[in-house]
Design a protein. Structure first.
Length: 76
């Protein structure tokens, strides 16, 4: 039997959301991470602002970029 697997499309990191992600929110917690370390959350259009504000209020948000741009930078 041949097993075929496909990669799932990235989904939004907002709680309960299953929408396709189109944004990457790069962040770090300076109390836990070195300055160059970047953690990521993914966001759909609807949750981009909410997740950005959540991270921004804590001083964690570093950048927000389109998912396609993030992926092409990682490939290159």
């Amino acid at each position: 039997m041949v097993r075929v697997t496909t990669e799932e499309s990235p989904i939004c990191s907002a709680k309960g959301c299953r929408a396709p992600a189109v944004w990457v929110l790069a962040w770090n917690n300076p109390k836990l991470h070195t300055p160059e370390r970047r953690k990521t959350w993914l966001a759909c259009e609807e949750h981009r602002e909410h997740l950005s504000q959540f991270l921004g209020m804590r001083g964690f948000l570093k950048t927000v970029v389109p998912l396609a741009e993030w992926e092409s930078a990682a490939d290159g």
